[in-house]
Design a protein around this ligand. Structure first.
Ligand code: BES
Ligand code: ZN
Length: 852
């Protein structure tokens, strides 16, 4: 451990081994009392014990030994550093002791620590829940503890709750005692050795699903009453994930039971508390008959991700928060493998292309960061929860896996999990395990991707009559660039058509340039074969033409990359928009929904600033591009339609009904939406969001009240969020204003930041939304969970107007968000990149999208 980081760590002289913890939450008073007895080992004689506590009052403290030796203690609280110092009235010798503490605290409404969540039941009665969210460092808000990931201990939890309430924690209940005073004492089994951030308590009027026995592991879903029709899919995903990971890691599930719990107010998507995983409702509860494929995929993703953490994260844990990226990147990688196995027809690795492209969008900025960096104060780790950790991190793991071979890679992982079970690790421990099992240079390769920001652009050229391919690397940047000698160890996979055969080549490019020799001059060459590389490729025009001419030679992910790389070149100012427009003109026969997103995203950006005269031409261009595919699919799904066709239909409808300005599609979408409102099951799930998008973009007062009513009386969590966000998409400033006001009042703080983010992207009134943010800044900062402020501000990237951009920068300069600046700076730079694109290309639009 380095000097600088040790300043933020608790001393190791006293080490916790087992916590006996009793908590009595008072839901109505929004408070709790607690007592704990912590079995500790004193490694060197001490006169004080330092541990973490925040917003807690510690009433009494004493230290006793097994022999009855006793030290009285006084307590000093350092709120600033979130520490409590227990000063003993005499030295405590080395050996085992028990620290006894009594304390009390509040159930806050900030969705962290031990907090209050509320819901109204069907009879309009309000109910309160007490629940926890401890990662990264908020266990200390619920009980005094050594709140650092490498202070693993076992936990024996007891909750004292109102008779009629359900109590859930990490392990099974071992005893329940009626206390006679309307309260019940619920005692849970001791947990395995684990970190404090994984402890959880959930108390409220929860109902459980049936218990599914997954090869000996009891699996259940818990939700507030009235949701039992929404939990079957999660149970199925949970059972599949448990089996999949047990096989992948080659070790049994480390807990005793597994509950998946839907919490009405939840800051993130989900949290991997051992055996008691918590979720926001949209990420767990879903009606598979009316949901879209993407909504189902979201549930499958989140469930798989959190269950992967039971091994990778919970059983084996990072030593310190600089390692959080690996925890999250790996769980994301495993989530994708698992969901791909669960529903192969979803082609999860293809849709991952879109997420990876988002990461590349951020990682090409000068405000990017290395995936791993030193973390002193734990708060610094908060900035790690972003697309670079999740998407870049998982993408570079995928790149490594594809390069060294999936099974070898799996063996390395299994060895790592086995070796470090119940322990803590650093990133290098994983590379070491992979190197030991595979003999491949994992560490030196991965260090170049992890410890430096950005990624390379590979420029390829043919030499020697085409028999030799020269590949050179240079950092890809949306702005600036110039002299930059950063190099990566790039696993390059190449596929080429040579005299009617297909040749595969691979090389680890670590210098500025490298070469590949073919047996004779190929007809065509794909660099980034399979499409898993975290880099972009620039072909000479002639090589690119040969690829575009026969798109079926390319896998969907490779076509995605071709389009995505071409667009990046335009956004970076390396090539003109005209080239991109020309390229996508060849994609009318494309039938992959993700490739279509890569094609249409840029056009949506152009539509944001296209003058009215250009808009008609752009709409027509879009119709010409999309209509043939849509006509082929039609509105009605065929019975045997593969899993992603519905999404494609949805994309076509949403596009034609919005920027395509197709009158027929708009009229029909309105009709289908009306049918949906009468009976959800009359409309295919994949169409629900697209027809709503069309209705919102063309909606007025009447539609607005329909949306509002649906949002307030939803049938499913997905429906609630869809209609909520539709309220931010209506093209009328006065209506948007109502939505923004609601974001400060009626909308749950877990959703409100996203409502504002969407409002900022509103084409008709995004600028008004920005005004609103400025005017209510203090209120927003006070109300919203601090981690969601950068998410709210992501919406600014759509406000591509040079004058407005200046206003935004000035405001954000004057109103820094501690801990959020890294993410906010990325949004600010993306705004600048978009503005620069507009300034370059606006004059060319009339020519590109001639009105006639
Ligand atoms: N461990 C995280 C939750 C978390 C995030 C805690 C940030 C503290 C700070 C959890 O495993 C996670 O990654 N959740 C994701 C969903 C997941 C499917 C990508 C989330 O909450 O967005
Ligand atoms: Zn995670």
């Amino acid at each position: 451990m380095s000097e600088s980081s040790s300043a933020y760590r608790l001393p190791y002289a006293v080490e916790p081994q087992h916590y006996e913890l009793t908590l009595s939450p008072d839901l109505d008073a929004a408070a709790f009392t607690g007592e704990e007895r912590v079995r500790v080992v004193v490694h060197e004689p001490v006169t004080e014990i330092v541990l973490n506590a925040a917003e807690l009052e510690i009433h009494t403290a004493e230290l006793t030994s097994d022999e009855g030796d006793r030290r009285e203690a006084t307590i000093t609280i350092d709120e600033e550093n979130q520490r409590a110092t227990i000063t003993l009235d005499g030295e405590a010798a080395t050996g085992p002791w028990t620290l006894g503490l009594t304390f009390s605290g509040i159930l806050n409404d900030k969705l962290r620590g031990f907090y209050r969540s509320t819901f109204t039941d069907d009879g309009d009665a309000e109910h309160v829940i007490a629940t926890t969210q401890f990662e990264s460092t908020d266990a200390r808000r619920a009980f005094p503890c050594w709140d650092e990931p490498d202070r693993k201990a076992t936990f024996g939890v007891t909750l004292i709750v109102d008779d009629e309430l359900t109590a859930i924690s990490n392990s099974p209940i071992v005893e329940e005692t009626d206390l006679g005073n309307g309260k019940r004492q619920v005692e849970f089994a001791d947990t395995m050795r684990m970190s404090t951030y994984l402890v959880a308590f959930i108390v409220g009027p929860f109902e459980f699903s049936k218990t599914v026995d997954v090869d000996g592991v009891p699996l259940r879903v818990a939700a507030v009453p009235g949701k039992s029709q929404l939990w079957d899919f999660a149970l199925e995903c949970g059972a599949h994930s448990l089996r999949y990971f047990t096989t992948y890691f080659g070790l049994p599930y480390p807990g005793d039971k597994l509950d998946l719990i839907a919490v009405p107010d939840f800051a993130f998507g989900a949290m991997e508390n051992l055996g008691a995983v918590t979720f926001r409702e949209t990420a767990l509860l879903v009606d598979r008959d009316v949901a879209s494929r993407l909504e189902l995929e979201r549930v499958a993703d989140v469930v798989a991700h959190e269950i992967a953490h039971m091994w990778f994260g919970d059983l084996v844990t990072m030593k310190w928060w600089n390692g959080i990226w690996l925890n999250e990147a790996f769980a994301t990688f495993m989530e994708l493998l698992c969901v791909d196995d669960f529903q192969p027809e979803w082609q999860r690795w293809v849709s991952f292309g879109t997420s990876r492209a988002q990461a590349m969008g951020v990682d090409g900025l000068s405000s990017t960061r290395p995936v791993e960096f030193p973390v002193g104060r734990p708060e610094e780790a908060e900035a790690m929860f972003d697309v670079l950790t999740y998407q870049k991190g998982s993408a570079v793991l995928r790149m490594l896996e594809q390069y060294i071979g999936a099974d070898e890679f799996r063996q390395g992982i299994a060895a790592y999990i086995k070796k470090h079970s119940y322990g803590n690790t650093e990133t290098t421990d994983l590379w070491d395990a992979i190197e030991e099992t595979t003999g491949q240079p994992a560490r030196s390769t991965m260090d170049t991707w992890i410890f430096q920001g950005g990624y390379p652009l590979l420029t390829v050229a043919e030499e020697d009559g085409g028999t030799r391919l020269v590949i050179s690397q240079s950092p890809f940047r949306y702005r600036g660039g110039g002299e930059d000698s950063t190099r990566w160890h790039v696993p390059v996979l190449v596929r080429a058509g040579v005299s009617g055969d297909v040749e595969h080549h691979r090389t680890l490019l670590s210098d500025a340039a490298g070469e590949i020799d073919f047996s004779s001059a190929p007809d065509w060459v794909v660099v980034n074969d399979g499409g898993s590389g975290f880099y972009r490729v620039q072909y000479p025009p002639d090589m690119a033409r040969r690829l575009v001419a026969e798109p079926d030679r390319l896998a969907p992910l490779e076509r995605f990359n071709l389009v995505s790389d071409a667009w990046a070149a335009v956004l970076a100012g390396h090539s003109p928009l005209a080239d991109f427009v020309d390229l996508i003109g060849h994609f009318s026969a494309e039938r992959d929904p993700d490739v279509w997103s890569a094609i249409l995203g840029p056009l949506q950006l152009v539509d944001r600033f296209a003058a009215p005269a250009v808009k008609d031409g752009l709409s027509r261009f879009v119709r010409d591009l999309v209509r043939p595919g849509f006509d082929e699919l039609g509105w009605q799904p065929a019975d045997d339609e593969p899993g992603r066709v519905g999404s494609l239909r949805g994309t076509f409808v949403a596009t034609l009904g919005t920027i395509g300005a197709d009158p027929e599609v708009r009229a029909k979408a309105a009709e289908v939406h009306a049918a949906y409102l009468r009976d959800r099951s009359a409309v295919p799930g994949d169409l629900a969001a697209p027809i709503l998008a069309v209705a919102a973009r063309n909606g007025g007062e009447e539609e607005y009240s329909t949306f509002l009513n649906r949002m307030r009386n939803p049938e499913t969590p997905q429906e609630e969020i869809r209609y909520l966000l539709a309220l931010a998409e209506v093209p009328h400033p006065a209506l948007l204003r109502r939505t923004l006001e609601m974001a400060l009042t009626e909308v749950r703080t877990q959703n409100a930041p996203f409502v504002i983010a969407t409002s900022l992207t509103n084409r008709a009134a995004g600028a008004d939304a920005w005004q609103f943010v400025e005017a209510h800044w203090d209120d927003l900062r006070r109300r919203f969970p601090s981690k969601l402020i950068p998410r709210m501000l992501e919406g600014i990237t759509a406000l591509i107007d040079p004058v407005l951009a200046t206003t935004i920068h000035r405001f954000l300069d004057a109103h820094p968000v501690p801990g959020g600046d890294l993410l906010i700076n990325q949004s600010r730079e993306r705004l600048d990149v978009n503005v620069a694109f507009r300034e370059r290309e606006e004059p060319n639009l009339p020519k590109l999208f001639a009105a006639d």
